[in-house]
Write a protein that binds this ligand. Structure first.
Ligand code: UD2
Ligand code: MN
Length: 363
């Protein structure tokens, strides 16, 4: 009996010694391994922010209604704080059926004609124009406006939203529409920063600040459709931001990518040809949800894209902002955005497009 008791005593002593050694090791820099050992005995933790984290974020309109109550002061406003008190992190993004533009207007009483806004109670530190290439995506535009207006208001930015609408039904050209947006927005105001924004991408974290960096910024780095990861290192699609100087340094965007694909990589190549780097927000912040859709009619895959990409370094100076030819057909200052309808022609130039008869010319 005595021997059994002393055996137990030895066992307890050995176990105790092991615990002391582990505690020491943990102090000596083996913390990670030891914590892992202890964690085995703990309850499993809540999984890290994954594709579902946007379901738990906060309402994009939270706390914004109090702004509308502040009497609008014209002069003598102090600068907005460097870090907006309204910014809080993850935003909940869902797509409720039945949302109308009238409802978006009602929720954004401080947005004025043309989709402009400035903070009512402080002088904004940043002025950003949002440029959205568009055709036949009104249902996506409605959701983007619903989320983007309050998102930017949370960041206390002075901004305006421009929708660049490609007229008629010839092949779509996203990058050329961006060139139009750049020139037409700069014509109106000396913007500090321009955000080039797909209509179907909804930002999911308001710490993803819509201001420019020292280098061209690629903002949409973590999208649900790519598992919230960057698909490849040089990727520059979805949402990007450039100052006017950065934009001109790379001769803007290409005009010759008709149809789907390639233009985003061409833009990425131009950034480096212009002697610049790509700046990116943190992965947990540059998160976006893409509204699901199919390839649009009139935006078929561009089979020439790989050949064109191989030549960007020879073509970028002759094709870009300096050669963007287009014709503005109308400019409308709507309650939630400025709509610019534009004729950008076809791959054969502006003239054949202009001469085409009827509302539905054959391609
Ligand atoms: C990817 C890129 C996009 C672009 C495109 C290739 C993402 C999230 N985005 O988008 O930046 O490089 O590939 O061209 O990976 N649009 C219209 N009407 C049309 C067609 C296009 O409004 O009929 C606009 C709209 O703003 C849309 C954008 O062009 O978001 C890009 O087109 P997409 O959404 O069809 O292409 P997607 O999602 O593959
Ligand atoms: Mn898309």
């Amino acid at each position: 009996m005595g021997t059994l008791q002393s055996k137990w005593r030895y066992l307890v002593m050995i176990l105790g010694a092991q615990l002391v050694i582990m505690a020491l090791l943990s102090k000596e820099g083996y913390q990670k391994r030891v914590t892992y050992f202890f964690r085995i005995f703990r309850k499993p933790e809540v999984p890290p922010a994954g594709p579902l984290h946007n379901q738990t974020g906060r309402d994009v309109y939270a706390n914004l209604s109090q702004l509308a109550k502040v009497p609008l002061q014209e002069e003598g406003l102090p600068y907005c704080p460097r870090k907006s008190p309204l910014v809080g992190g993850p935003i909940r993004v869902t797509f409720p059926s039945g949302l109308t533009l009238a409802e978006v207007e009602r929720k954004n009483p401080l947005v004025v004609r043309g989709g402009r806004y400035r903070p009512p109670n402080c002088e904004a530190r940043h002025r950003t124009a949002i440029i959205i290439p568009h055709r036949n995506r009104e249902h996506h535009l409605k959701f983007l406006l619903y989320y983007l207006h309050p998102f930017l208001q949370r960041q206390q930015i002075s901004y305006s939203i421009y929708v660049i609408h490609q007229a008629r039904n010839f092949t779509f050209n996203r990058a050329k529409l961006m060139n139009v947006g750049f020139r037409e927005a700069m014509r109106e105001e000396d913007w500090e920063c321009l955000f080039f924004h797909d209509v179907d991408l909804i930002p999911e974290d308001d710490r993803n600040t819509y201001i420019c960096d020292a280098h061209p910024k690629h903002a949409a780095i973590a999208m649900d459709k790519f598992g919230y990861k960057l698909p490849y290192k040089s990727y520059f699609g979805g949402v990007s931001a450039l100052t006017p100087l950065q934009y001109l340094k790379m001769n803007g965007f290409p005009n010759n990518y008709w149809g789907w694909g390639g233009e985003d990589d061409d833009i990425g190549i131009r950034v480096s040809l212009g002697g610049m780097l790509i700046s990116r927000p943190a992965l947990k912040v540059g998160r976006y949800k893409m509204i699901k859709h199919k390839l649009d009619e009139g935006n078929e895959m561009n089979p020439r894209r790989f050949n064109m990409l191989a030549k960007t370094r020879h073509t970028w100076r002759q094709d870009g902002m300096n050669t963007a030819e287009y014709e503005v057909l109308s400019r409308q200052y709507l309650p939630l955005y400025t709509n610019i309808t534009v004729n950008i022609g076809t791959n054969k130039g502006l003239e054949p497009y202009r001469a085409a008869p009827g509302p539905h010319p054959t391609r």
